[in-house]
Design a protein around this ligand. Structure first.
Ligand SMILES: Cc1cc2nc3c(=O)[nH]c(=O)nc-3n(C[C@H](O)[C@H](O)[C@H](O)COP(=O)(O)OP(=O)(O)OC[C@H]3O[C@@H](n4cnc5c(N)ncnc54)[C@H](O)[C@@H]3O)c2cc1C
Length: 385
């Protein structure tokens, strides 16, 4: 162990290791501290173990936070294609699950192995929880070791089973940075308005949250809704509620009225069952077993509204737990960080990388792309004066 390093990085996750790779390539001495016994545990768990490593659609529009424009600086310097090239150079086999969305054929472990080969020259201290740092004229003091530059890459505080802490926020605050209050992101949504009997059923649905619309697979759960549609909806402010279209792109009222005319002996649930799983169709039909011919048009209108514009009030829905959320929404306000270098505007030599900042990506490889890109940019700018 040396007494002085050019760079100390707190956090051996995707962002911290990416920063280390670049700093080492530039000939800098690097030490990394991590509270866990292993590096990059979130990368290992990512993409269901297959690591959705990046997404070629990673542009500003797929990012959220108080200032999503902030991502432009890093993404223009480190693109998804740079990450695909890195994977290719490390002989990591990828497959494109849906257009632009890349996963690792041989699992997430190969990504971590490749990163660890790249940072072989760094001194890594595991099981070392860093809670605070000191600033002196010489630089920063971390765990009694001095460094000229410090990169805080401690990630978010969600999914605690993989080892998280709020130390990054504390260190940022120590140097005058503001924190956007963290909340769960890319998570399920809890509501009493969905009957638990539907748990386990998945359908394609469109969710409207204010002016935003997401369409994806929605999973009914015993406490509300999950699956990609709910996860993506969780990136918006749900305090004013949402509307769910369970049969998107169909004129359900027209279908019900036509069936009433042409096939009046069918039940409403039977008609809806052509487009939805039986249990969901019955719930929407209100367990109405009458023939559709006997159901008034006004009631058909209410049923169609239920199917295509199911309203959940803001006070009846909430983000479902920090413990199970894939990412943390909020974090260090990017206002006081340079988007070109990731350096603090308040404390020279202090850098941030990855999820610890108030940047959240959409579902689909965008969060790792942010971690890789912001980490590399930080690693490329430390000690650059
Ligand atoms: C289950 C799951 C699946 C996911 N799948 C995907 C996916 O497929 N694609 C995608 O793009 N994103 C995915 N994500 C999100 C993505 O993994 C994260 O956004 C990304 O890993 C963040 O990287 P990071 O380096 O900023 O933070 P982290 O990966 O969280 O790394 C932070 C590191 O800092 C260490 N640390 C924290 N506090 C301290 C401290 N006080 N002292 C020392 N060390 C500390 C932690 O131990 C950790 O190693 C997933 C997340 C989860 C939870």
């Amino acid at each position: 162990m040396k007494k002085y390093y050019d760079v100390i990085i707190i956090g051996a996750g995707a962002a911290g290791l990416s920063a280390a790779v670049v700093a080492i390539t530039r000939g800098l001495s690097v030490a990394i501290f991590d509270m866990g016994a292993l590096p990059a545990r979130k990368v290992l768990a990512s993409g269901g173990g297959k690591c959705n490593i990046t997404n070629t659609a990673a542009t500003r529009d797929r990012y959220f936070g108080q200032n999503p424009d902030f991502v432009r600086g890093a993404l223009s310097r480190v693109s998804p294609h740079d990450i695909l090239n890195w994977a290719k150079n490390h002989k990591i086999k990828l497959y494109e699950k849906t257009p632009g969305r890349y996963f690792c054929t041989d699992g997430a472990g190969v990504v971590v192995d490749a990163l660890m080969r790249d940072v072989w020259d760094a001194d890594i201290f595991y099981d070392t929880h860093i809670d605070s740092v000191a600033k002196t004229d010489m630089g920063f003091m971390v765990n009694n070791i001095m460094c000229k530059n410090l990169i805080v890459a401690t990630g978010g505080i969600s999914f605690a089973t993989l080892g998280v802490s709020d130390a990054g926020y504390k260190i940022a605050k120590q140097f005058g940075h503001k924190i956007i209050p963290p909340r769960p992101g890319l998570c399920a949504l809890a509501t009493p308005d969905i009957p638990p009997e539907l748990a386990g059923i998945s359908i394609n649905a469109k969710i409207k949250i204010g002016r935003a619309v997401v369409q994806d697979d929605l999973l009914f759960t015993h406490f509300g809704i999950g699956g990609p549609a709910a996860y993506r909806a969780s990136l918006y402010d749900i305090t004013n509620g949402m509307h769910i279209n369970l049969i998107p792109d169909m004129d359900v009222l027209e279908i019900l009225k036509n069936t009433k005319k042409t096939n009046g002996r069918k039940t409403v649930a039977g008609v809806l069952g052509q487009y939805l799983p039986t249990r969901v169709a019955k719930w929407i039909a209100g367990n109405n077993t009458r023939n559709i011919a006997d159901v008034r048009d006004a009631e058909l209108g209410r049923i169609a509204e239920h199917a295509t514009n199911f309203h959940i009030r803001g006070d009846k829905i909430k983000y479902h737990t920090m413990v199970s959320a894939e990412v943390t929404f909020g974090g260090i306000n990017t206002r006081d960080i340079s988007s070109k270098t990731m350096e603090s505007k308040l404390c020279p030599g202090l850098y941030f990388a990855g999820e610890v900042m108030d940047i959240t990506g959409d579902l689909g490889g965008f969060n790792l792309q942010w971690a890789w890109a912001s980490g590399r940019v930080a690693g490329n700018n430390v000690c650059s004066e």
